[in-house]
Design a protein around this ligand. Structure first.
Ligand SMILES: Nc1ncnc2c1ncn2[C@@H]1O[C@H](COP(=O)(O)OP(=O)(O)OP(=O)(O)O)[C@@H](O)[C@H]1O
Ligand SMILES: [Mg+2]
Length: 312
């Protein structure tokens, strides 16, 4: 592989906690690579080490031939970073914010003006450029946050959960923007805890939990982890932990967890299990409101590997 990002044996300890615990992966030039994991998995800590914001406890990072340990400047020049927390000045306009970030990247004069105009175009906010950020919606702020990360046309773009907490329209705009940037040749590391986004966007995916990569590969390869299985999703009222524990012991249940008023069960024998499952739930006092059986997705891969749901 012509790896443009290479991470090997990466560790970050905060006291007793190994926030990142021996993580290795490579991203090929031009690839859209997804890092998927629940809250606290270690995604931001990983990105912070790749972008030289924090120093690893152990391990190596290379970006476009530059080693993070010895050539942080080289790494930073190759990278664009879209941080999880919005990094904009509320009292400045969108254009002023981008001018500020552009100067930070060493741009000036007409190159800076052009870069800002281009980035505003990409964000789809050229017509609102003279408004203060404090009057922007959450989604618009996120789009400017992305614009700030691509001003200097980086080779590799690191995006840390760029769609959290925004309206569907902005979300779609952002997903389309990321695709467009990738199509234009930019390598993208896309971090999210929304498996649908990662499924939709990414060529290859690493699933992270408790500081470790528990699986990685293409969507097809990851699906093989749950090959031949189905997911039964039961919409249910009145599920206690005891009920869930009981479900886990039913013959044919590989893994089970609950989230958002649903129980998700992974099974290799959905036909035989369905009746037993509903009966067990009802006899435990739970009220079944809906049942669907579907092919497994990344959520099921996570459920299979960790025994818990990816959704909060
Ligand atoms: N500076 C720090 N000091 C101590 N602990 C930290 C620090 N930064 C992160 N952690 C801990 O490291 C773990 C991983 O955090 P990190 O922010 O990397 O997770 P994440 O995958 O980005 O989660 P989220 O989806 O919530 O953003 C968490 O348990 C977090 O509390
Ligand atoms: Mg994070």
């Amino acid at each position: 592989m012509d790896a443009i990002v290479s991470v090997s044996g990466l560790v970050k300890r905060f006291g007793e906690l190994a926030a990142v615990d021996d993580v290795s992966f490579e991203i090929a030039r031009g690839e859209m690579f997804g890092l998927l994991g629940p809250n606290g998995a270690g995604k931001t800590t990983t990105i912070s080490m790749i972008s030289c914001l924090i120093e690893p406890t152990a391990g190596e990072v290379f970006v476009d031939g530059h080693a993070a340990r010895t050539d942080a400047l080289g790494v930073k020049r190759a990278l664009g970073v879209v941080p999880q927390e919005i990094a904009l000045y509320p009292a400045l306009t969108a254009a002023e914010n981008l001018m500020f970030w552009g100067r930070m990247y060493g741009l000036g004069g007409s190159a800076l003006k052009e870069a800002v105009a281009d980035a505003l175009e990409v964000a789809g906010l050229a017509d609102r450029a003279k408004e203060r950020i404090e009057n922007y919606s959450g989604g618009m702020k996120r789009r400017i946050n992305i614009a700030a990360g691509i001003l200097h046309k980086p080779t590799v773009l690191l995006m840390d959960e760029p769609t959290v907490g925004i309206d569907p329209q902005s979300r779609n705009h952002i997903l389309e923007t990321v695709r467009e940037l990738n199509r234009s040749g930019m390598t993208v590391l896309y971090t999210s805890h929304y498996m649908e986004e990662v499924e939709l966007l990414c060529d290859r995916i690493a699933i992270m939990d408790h500081g470790r990569i528990i699986a990685s590969g293409t969507l097809g390869e990851l699906r093989n982890v749950v090959g031949g299985m189905d997911v039964i999703t039961v919409g249910v009222e009145g599920v206690s932990d005891t009920v869930l524990e009981r479900v886990r012991t039913i013959d044919g249940v590989e893994s089970a967890d609950r989230a958002d008023g649903e129980i998700r069960v992974l099974t290799a024998s959905s036909g035989a299990l369905l009746g037993r499952l509903i009966q067990a739930l009802e006899s435990d006092g739970a009220h079944v409101v809906s049942v669907t059986v579907a092919e497994p997705d990344l959520e099921s891969v996570f459920l299979r590997l960790t025994g818990k749901s990816l959704r909060d």
